[in-house]
Design a protein. Structure first.
Length: 130
């Protein structure tokens, strides 16, 4: 069902700028009408200026006028599933319905887990969905 989205996330991590952690992350965000926006993590020597792959994908999509999202796939190394951080989950809560938005954590193209946003951020701050 999410094969193209998962492969897009795996491909996106190739563009990671992660010279400090060497932890490459790729994300692929699916809009409700089927468009895919990708993102990768971009590190900075000050770390506070670093941005995660998930937020990169969201910010690209939102800056292009998108507001309706169905799912996001997140991929890093193949040793474990890659879960969004709290800040990324909160950004997702800003734009997505907690009951419907799906987060796909990717180990490999054939090994993924799917969660609803509400399961990974049960008490997120939002006036819209919680």
């Amino acid at each position: 069902m999410y094969e193209k989205l998962i492969n897009s996330a795996l491909n996106a991590k190739k563009n990671s700028y992660s010279p400090y952690s060497d932890f490459k992350v790729g994300a692929a965000l699916l809009t409700s009408d089927g468009k895919i926006y990708t993102g990768t993590n971009i590190e900075n020597a000050t770390y506070g200026a670093t941005v995660c792959a998930e937020r990169t994908a969201f910010f690209k999509a939102v800056s292009e006028g998108e507001r309706n999202f169905a799912a996001i796939a997140v991929a890093a190394n193949e040793e474990d599933y890659c879960y969004p951080c709290g800040i990324c989950l909160q950004v997702m809560a800003e734009f997505c319905g907690a009951d419907n938005f799906e987060i796909i954590t990717v180990k490999t193209a054939d090994d993924c887990k799917i969660y609803k946003l509400k399961n990974l951020l049960p008490y997120g701050f939002s006036l819209k969905i919680y």
